[in-house]
Design a protein around this ligand. Structure first.
Ligand code: 13P
Length: 334
């Protein structure tokens, strides 16, 4: 696969005014989200829910791609069209989450490392055949007393780099996601410092592993005060801190950066993205790859009437996509 093809896909993922719909929750995570709104967790409901999201009318106006889970990329619409085919036919790039989640990192209490490298090459090969054109790997960094450790940061960066190199070998654009959690009582300065060291370590590892940055997308967390800090940072403060941190760590050759929502409420996730884009131009397009901030309102509506509320729920998905698409242009709050 030529780097030019990967770069083209990467650029399409962050096309002007568009972002990524993250619907790659593992079965256990989706079970938790379903339980929260009283939806029974079975294969039929998981399929129907993903169909609702992916068949939202005119979704491609604001959504360039969607990240699927292993079960989802093997499922089809009611009419029997595989989801990945349906997406490709409707202008939405199919992506796939390929990590296998986190495990406690031995020797480093309170920290985790993401697993899933063993056997990854043949899995990527299969996902490509199933239609995937980009893949995602999420590392999770906790902030707390004396953590993150250098060991944890290095272990996760190493795994992200090996994942990214394998993806490019197999013709998939890697979306590297080092998520610094907002859980905890830390202040925004601590979040900044942790993001800075994590991103430096990541780009160092990508370089060591010969990953072509022009065919790579960064999925980043925002620099925010900890959820339990009692600190309220303004939208501008968050936008400025996040931008400064990214500008000091992320090479300009990267085709784009997308943000995760990470438990921020829907409107905050949109407002922060909008504010950052108003402060542009920047070296890279800044867009979104939201999971919860794209879905939670729609899931709630759907839960009230699985058969009758599909259209209503889709209107909400579309509205969230439009708002976030406007934020990509810095035109949301206008
Ligand atoms: P959230 O936007 O809910 O944090 O999910 C993004 C994510 O990491 C899934 O790809």
């Amino acid at each position: 696969m030529s780097i030019e093809t990967l770069a083209e896909t990467a650029r399409a993922m962050v096309a002007a005014g568009k972002g990524i719909l993250a619907i790659d929750e593992s079965t256990s995570t989706l079970a938790r989200r379903f339980e929260g709104v009283g939806i029974a967790n079975n294969e039929g409901n998981r399929r129907a829910y993903r169909e609702l999201l992916l068949t939202t009318p005119r979704l491609d106006q604001y959504i360039s791609g969607a990240i699927l889970y292993d079960e989802t990329i093997r499922q089809s619409t009611r009419e029997g069209v595989p989801f990945a085919r349906f997406m490709a036919d409707n202008g939405i790039l199919p992506g796939i989450k390929v990590d296998k989640g986190t495990q406690p990192l031995a020797g480093c209490p309170g920290e985790v490392v993401t697993e899933g490298l063993d056997g990854l090459r043949p899995r990527l090969e299969e996902y490509y055949k199933l239609g995937a054109r980009f893949a995602k790997w999420r590392a999770v960094i906790h902030i707390g007393d004396d953590i993150p450790s250098g060991t944890c940061i290095e272990a996760n960066s190493h795994a992200l780099a090996r994942f990214a190199a394998l993806c490019q070998e197999q013709g998939l654009v890697p979306m590297v996601e080092p998520e610094v959690l907002m859980d905890g009582a830390h202040d925004i300065e601590t979040s900044y410092e942790v993001h800075e060291v994590v991103l430096r370590s990541l780009f160092d590892a990508l370089y060591q592993h010969n990953v072509a940055l022009e065919g790579t997308i960064l999925k980043a967390s925002m620099v925010l005060p900890g959820k339990d800090s009692g600190e309220a940072a303004s939208v501008e403060e968050v936008a400025e801190a996040t931008l400064m941190c990214l500008k000091s760590t992320v090479p300009a050759i990267l085709p784009g950066i997308v943000f995760l929502s990470g438990g921020q409420d829907d409107e905050a996730a949109t407002a922060h993205l909008d504010a950052m884009n108003r402060m542009g131009p920047h070296p890279w397009p800044l867009s979104f790859s939201y999971g919860r901030a794209m879905q939670s309102a729609a899931m709630k509506i759907w839960s009230q009437d699985l058969a009758g509320n599909v259209g209503k729920a889709q209107e909400t998905v579309f509205a969230r996509a439009r708002d976030n698409g406007l934020a990509v242009r810095g035109k949301w709050g206008a």
